[in-house]
Ligand binder design. Structure first.
Ligand SMILES: Nc1ncnc2c1ncn2[C@@H]1O[C@H](COP(=O)(O)OP(=O)(O)OP(=O)(O)O)[C@@H](O)[C@H]1O
Ligand SMILES: [Mg+2]
Length: 258
């Protein structure tokens, strides 16, 4: 049984069909990719899974249990954590305090007796930002701010982590290091569902990939299968903005991709 499963999820915003019957899954211990052109419905899918958006129809299952009508907080307590496409860190707090607040909140909710300082430091070290702990979050580079957000998400000891474009704003060295970190987290058993435009990162870390286009799942497979899928190539070539050139889909260096 997959850790996460969505079944025939439909989301309509007025006349816009943001999602039309999306079935996808993510397993524990691996990174699953969710890709597609701008406006394909990726963030909407993440919102439905995390509980920020109620689906018009369809169900979401975590570990086989139906969580469709559970609140964001209940889902968090069941082991779901996420980061956002638009960074969500407290700008006026240091990186350390950003993480500490998340650790404290989790300790209160879960009633575990973790040592807050020790856990905070371990998370900062884990994500490679211990050296920047005292810096205000709004003065961090995008890469470091994204790592701070990741450390906050990990503070809840999730079983499933949802990442919405974690690679955006990272340079290629940061992106490669980030990919290694995701691989390590997955090897420890964490399930990760990642929305990402950086095809090099996607092809580097994902075991399986789901592809959305105009709210419809058009393909699912291994990186090799997705690279060679003509429907996927057509979807990207048909997109006006942020079209991914075919050579990039093939995992070549991302070059000028924003
Ligand atoms: N709250 C909303 N109200 C109305 N329409 C919305 C809302 N949120 C998303 N949409 C529309 O739903 C569709 C899917 O949007 P979504 O943000 O999920 O796409 P995406 O794949 O994450 O795109 P991007 O790659 O640009 O982040 C788009 O047509 C978008 O304009
Ligand atoms: Mg999005």
């Amino acid at each position: 049984m997959p850790l996460l499963q969505t079944a025939e999820v439909v989301v309509r915003f007025g006349g816009i069909h943001a999602l039309s019957g999306v079935d996808l899954d993510a397993e524990e211990g691996c990174v699953t990719g969710l890709i597609g052109p701008n406006g394909a419905g990726k963030t909407t899918t993440m919102n439905v899974i995390s509980g920020l958006q109620s689906p018009t129809r369809g169900r979401v299952f975590l570990d086989g249990g139906d969580i469709t009508s559970k609140s964001v907080h209940k889902r968090a307590r069941l082991g779901l954590a996420r980061t956002f496409q638009r960074l969500e860190v407290f700008g006026s707090l240091s990186a350390r305090d950003n993480v500490r607040v998340a650790v404290e909140l989790h300790r209160r909710y879960s009633r575990t007796k973790v040592d807050v300082e020790e856990t905070t430091l371990a998370l900062l070290e884990r994500t490679g930002i211990a050296g920047l702990s005292d810096q205000r979050a709004d003065t961090l580079s995008t890469g470091a701010a994204r790592l701070t957000e990741l450390a906050r998400a990990l503070a809840t000891s999730p079983r499933l982590l949802l990442l919405d474009e974690p690679g955006s704003g990272l340079d290629s060295a940061e992106s490669e290091a980030f990919g290694h970190l995701l691989g390590e987290l997955a090897a420890e058993g964490l399930g990760i569902l990642m929305v990402e435009h950086d095809m090099e990162l996607v092809m580097q870390v994902c075991t399986r990939i789901h592809v959305l286009d105009f709210g419809v799942k058009i393909a699912e497979g291994t990186p090799a299968e997705i690279r060679g899928d003509p429907r996927v190539q057509a979807a990207y070539l048909g997109a006006d903005d942020e079209a991914v050139p075919p050579e990039e889909l093939e995992g070549a260096p991302a070059g000028g991709h924003q």
